[in-house]
Design a protein around this ligand. Structure first.
Ligand SMILES: NC(=O)c1ccc[n+]([C@@H]2O[C@H](COP(=O)([O-])OP(=O)(O)OC[C@H]3O[C@@H](n4cnc5c(N)ncnc54)[C@H](OP(=O)(O)O)[C@@H]3O)[C@@H](O)[C@H]2O)c1
Length: 271
């Protein structure tokens, strides 16, 4: 039987963001978007707000949906899979996991042979449709199926395919990345206050500067060094500031930070 529905297991921050993104895109009728949570009240609240369907249990979800998103915490994945592994049909369902550190093999070992599993590493800007999402597909997923899943995910932001072996690196860069940007903006605001601006104005200028610079990079497609050179005149103010950042190993610290997060992601997976 061909199923058309999209199901989301877990109605927390990510599950709700996903439901909101897909519902808002108009790519699917709300009647075909199903959500399920152990806490039915939570699912009902999210479904009511967006006009979606609430599944009474995994049976209904797997009976209605082809794409099944797993959006529960990593430590809850094993129990969740145990509760519906007998409902999974390799020829019917495609599982898409958002759980950090949980491998495709973890699912494949628990589900029937030939199971189709895609693993994602999203980040929090997915909550506003501006996420950076990396995606790896298991060996049973065809290129067409991976492309269709990528299309669905486009409602969360930018999606890029990566080999699963690089998921820890993705965690270090874009998964944890928003926190680096928040720290940068926080420091920029403090710097503005130190230089004499009031905090409210400094915050507005700092946020818009990061937003504007990111959009310049995105829209021009140019290398960051090129854009940086254009705002760095000889013996000017920007050159004076950049000299301080390079002396303080801004670039080296950022590389070391991403490497530390990447290594920590590997450790957490082993734990
Ligand atoms: N939030 C992020 O920024 C972020 C970023 C990257 C990746 N992720 C990944 O996204 C996943 C979800 O994260 P989250 O922050 O949205 O978690 P969350 O807010 O805790 O939401 C998970 C929801 O799933 C429910 N749940 C637990 N076990 C279930 C089961 N067997 N069946 C149905 N529902 C179940 C939980 O209920 P209870 O609360 O009652 O347990 C909770 O409502 C995680 O695996 C995480 O690694 C999140």
């Amino acid at each position: 039987m061909a199923l058309f529905g999209i199901g989301i297991i877990g109605c927390g921050a990510m599950g709700t963001a996903l439901a909101r993104g897909i519902a808002a895109s108009g790519a699917i009728s709300p009647a075909d978007l199903w959500i399920y949570d152990l806490d039915k009240q939570k699912a009902d609240a999210a479904a009511g707000e967006m006009g979606l369907q609430t599944a009474a249990g995994p049976e209904e979800l797997f009976g209605q949906c082809r794409y099944i998103f797993v959006a529960v915490k990593p430590q809850d994945v094993a129990a969740a899979v145990d509760s519906w592994k007998d409902l999974y049909r390799p020829g019917v369902h495609l599982l898409i996991s958002l759980a950090a550190g949980v491998t495709i093999k973890f699912y494949e070992e628990r589900l029937p042979a030939g199971s189709k599993v895609i693993r994602l590493m999203p980040n929090t800007p997915c909550l506003i449709g501006e996420g950076a999402v990396a995606m790896s597909a298991g060996s049973a997923v065809s290129p067409e199926e991976a492309a269709a899943a990528g299309q669905l995910l486009s409602h969360l932001g930018l999606t890029v395919p990566v080999p699963e072996s690089l998921m820890d690196a993705v965690t270090g860069l874009s998964g944890s990345g928003p926190a680096y940007v928040y720290l940068f903006v926080e420091a920029l605001i403090d710097a503005g206050v130190t230089a004499g601006l009031n905090r409210e104005i400094a915050a507005k200028l700092a946020v818009q500067t990061v937003l504007g610079a990111a959009r310049m990079l995105q829209e021009s497609g140019r290398h960051p060094a090129e854009l940086r050179n254009e705002v760095t005149s000889p013996a000017g103010t920007t050159a004076a500031a950049l000299a301080v950042l390079e002396k303080g190993s801004f670039r080296g610290d950022l590389i070391a930070a991403v490497m530390a997060a990447t290594e920590r992601a590997g450790e957490l997976k082993r734990e």
